[in-house]
Design a protein around this ligand. Structure first.
Ligand code: TMP
Length: 213
């Protein structure tokens, strides 16, 4: 590959869409193109961020104020951007991030009802000049996602939310995708994994064609 600049790719979606498996799939696709990849996640991705993640997911903090949750997401993100994402991109590596600010628009903006405007204020403050180059939104009906996610033990503070919360999260994600069609690719995840991955491969191949020579 000849591209010197790193690229920033994010995966998004509600619980149960198969993000973790597909992050690894996308990593494999990129590495097959000779790209050096850093895989990371939010909230988390740094020692401080992982500690903030524990606070955010732990039932000890059930009832956390929505603004506290929002600010903790951005606190973890500021650290992640400074310590991991920017240095990797500057070194020409590609970053695949399991969730980024679109998750804050969807979960805090949509799910918690804070609204997009206040999330946008913080996004501008924390990373105005850093946006994903590509966002893969894995989408499926909320009932299906929750059924899949429900198979896991020890549901965290978010996974314990009700159907209507995740309906608002999903709606917000789909609105974001409509607002930025150049950046988003919506992949239907309500299908057998091999079909989802065939579609991901198609989308990535098309996207990469103009970015790798
Ligand atoms: P994960 O299960 O995908 O690792 O994410 C942990 C939870 O954090 C998930 O339920 C979504 C939530 N989350 C937000 O509410 N806002 C955010 O900005 C991010 C990054 C995650």
């Amino acid at each position: 590959m000849t591209s010197a600049a790193g690229r920033f790719i994010t995966l998004e979606g509600i619980e149960g869409v198969g993000k973790t498996t597909n992050v690894e799939f996308v990593r494999g696709l990129l590495e097959a193109h000779g790209v050096e990849v850093v895989v990371t996640r939010e909230p988390g991705g740094t020692p401080l961020g992982e500690e903030v993640r524990e606070l955010l997911l732990d039932h000890r903090h059930d009832g956390m104020a929505a603004d506290t949750e929002l600010l903790l997401m951005f606190a973890a993100r500021a650290e992640h951007i400074a310590r991991v994402i920017r240095p990797a991109l500057a070194a020409g590596r590609w970053v695949i991030c399991d969730r980024f600010t679109d998750a804050t628009f969807a979960y805090q903006g949509g799910g918690r009802g804070i609204g997009f405007e206040r999330v946008a204020l913080l996004a501008d403050w924390v990373h105005r000049d850093l946006q994903p180059d590509l966002t893969l939104l894995l989408d499926l009906p909320v009932e299906t996602g929750l059924m899949r996610a429900g198979r896991r033990n020890n549901a965290d503070r978010f996974e314990k939310e009700k159907l209507d919360f995740f309906e608002r999260v999903r709606d917000a994600y789909l609105r974001l995708a409509l607002q930025e069609p150049q950046r988003f690719r919506v992949i239907t995840a309500d299908a057998p994994l091999k079909h989802v991955q065939a579609r991901l491969q198609e989308v990535m191949t098309e996207w990469l064609a103009t970015r790798i020579s």
